[in-house]
Design a binder for this molecule. Structure first.
Ligand SMILES: *[C@@H]1O[C@H](CO)[C@@H](O)[C@H](O)[C@H]1NC(C)=O
Ligand SMILES: *[C@@H]1O[C@H](CO)[C@@H](O)[C@H](O)[C@H]1NC(C)=O
Ligand SMILES: *[C@@H]1O[C@H](CO)[C@@H](O)[C@H](O)[C@H]1NC(C)=O
Length: 182
């Protein structure tokens, strides 16, 4: 097992791209991104993810552009039969399609990039997060519906690999009952 991991590590390192090479979608259109999305996939190299990944399910996200070019991100998910709502306000940056926010719930600072978006179908995001001396990547796959094509799911898997995340930490989430959006 250890040797397999070493081997995978070598392969992954050669595929890995550094965060400065990851670019947001060209001509990113914030208004077109507005509205309701389902989070259908997540991958991360963060320590927190190791114990949490097994319990995560799909959730709902509402994106609302702000007047100054930032966005409000409200996230609803069902945890142990209770709806949890998380809200964050992300500032725009000098790079269109790149935003920055401090997670109110988790306390990390996140640089979030809208990497690949088809506004009526899916959005693949990359985020580089910092909390104290800890840094980690979280990639997310959002869909306008819960059912995304195999092609889009494969795109997400490949992107997770490229950003150095092992396949066992790439999760296409099991479907959850939807929370009321209140
Ligand atoms: C959910 O319930 C499980 C089992 O009762 C418990 O171990 C876990 O800590 C709970 N999770 C949260 C976020 O409350
Ligand atoms: C977002 O902008 C506000 C107002 O300019 C600022 O106070 C806040 O620190 C910024 N947040 C981040 C994470 O850069
Ligand atoms: C990171 O910070 C924590 C708490 O401040 C400390 O215990 C830990 O040793 C630090 N880790 C590294 C790699 O510097």
């Amino acid at each position: 097992m250890a040797s397999l991991h070493t081997l995978l590590g070598v392969v992954l390192c050669s595929l890995m791209v550094s965060s400065s090479e990851i670019l947001p979608q060209a001509d990113f259109d914030l208004q077109a991104m507005a509205g309701k999305w389902y989070r259908t996939g997540i991958c991360s190299n963060g320590q927190w993810f190791v114990s949490r990944k097994a319990n995560m399910k799909t959730g709902t996200a509402i994106i609302t552009p702000t007047e100054d070019g930032g966005l409000e991100l409200s996230f609803f998910s069902l945890i142990n039969d209770t709806c949890q709502k998380m809200e964050n306000l992300a500032n725009k940056t000098e790079v269109p399609g790149k935003f920055t926010y401090k997670s109110r719930h988790w306390g990390y600072v996140s640089d979030m990039l809208m990497v690949d978006v088809k506004y009526d179908e899916y959005a693949l995001t990359y985020s580089f997060n910092t909390r104290g001396n800890e840094t980690f990547v979280i990639n997310r796959l959002f869909g306008r519906s819960l059912d995304l094509s195999d092609e889009v799911q494969e795109k997400f898997r490949q992107f997770c690999l490229q950003t150095g995340i092992l396949p066992e930490f790439t999760v296409l989430l099991p479907k959850s009952v939807e929370c009321p959006l209140a």
